[in-house]
Design a binder for this molecule. Sequence first.
Ligand code: PLP
Length: 356
Amino acid sequence: MSVYNFAAGPAMLPTSVINQIKRDLPSFNDSGMSVMEISHRSDLFENIINGAKTNLRDLLNLTDDYEILFLQGGATTQFATIPLNIAKTKHIGLVDTGHWAIRAQEEAKKAGITVDTIASSKDNQYHNIPKISQPQQSLDYIHLTTNNTIEGTAYDQLPDLKHLVLDVSSNFLAQDYRLENVDLIYGGAQKNLGIAGLTIVIIRKDLIVDTDLPSMWNYKILAKKNSMLNTPPVFAIYAADLVLKWLKDLGGVPEIENRNRQKSSLVYDFLDNSKLFNNTVEKKSRSLTNLVFSTGDPKLDKKFIEKAQENNLVNLKGHRLVGGMRASLYNAMPYEGAEALVDFLEKFESENRRIR
Ligand SMILES: *Cc1c(COP(=O)(O)O)cnc(C)c1O
């Protein structure tokens, strides 16, 4: 059975990547073993991890000033390990754009960090990205969530601030941000870069300093061991490498951003003209990857989600915190998936407008 999967994460993979995994599965590179069975100390894996790093460097035009770490524990672990490693004065700034920003704040506080909220869109129910100006006090860094997976907002461009730390979990490699003021980028791989189990950290090398942190949290030690202090998530790194190659072959981040804009515009244009569905996000703060909408009637939303599922459009239920619907249009979602969604939205609207 074939479906369009609009899940927010874990999320769909490119079809060609699934097919490559299938082909590689019984015997990777004629080794007689699957990737799941190979040693992380083998040349086979050494090539995978170094290839993935090179592909990521190429896609982001990263200079040698940055180190790439492949870790575990999700973005959630990094909420605390980032400040423990790089917040020298234990005082950071954070922009409050919703659930994941608040989670980052809570975890940093548990690690003994003072967190100043330098801007917030809470008063507007997180329907926009707030204006941000350079804070007066000195802060170790400023934490931003580039795309708010639950609220459906995103930074169109990064603010012109020094020392940014970016949680890019839900729009990593989906839009072309200018990264020159960035200290660190991090995110879980399961939304836009492959499968669960892998967390990416990209960090300016001069921020990797000696600390007495336990080894598994210690960037200095992890970097020195090329992310292989202990057994890395071998299969997840392999899957990420396939996704990175796929993205490179289709033209890289600028090209996928074009495609993501086309897909999301198709759906937003429909919503803007709909008399049944609405989207409450401010236009210039709209996410390209997570589109939230509803009918305003929880019963009708539920019916929509069920009917969509019957029509092979799956995982459209919104996050429990905001209700309604959410369509995640990550890099792997083809244009045809967005078209199928709009066709179904139109059909549902024409069948259900009269009943209301
Ligand atoms: C999903 C998500 C997280 C949590 O990621 P885990 O890898 O599950 O820890 C953090 N931040 C954002 C923006 C997310 O979308």
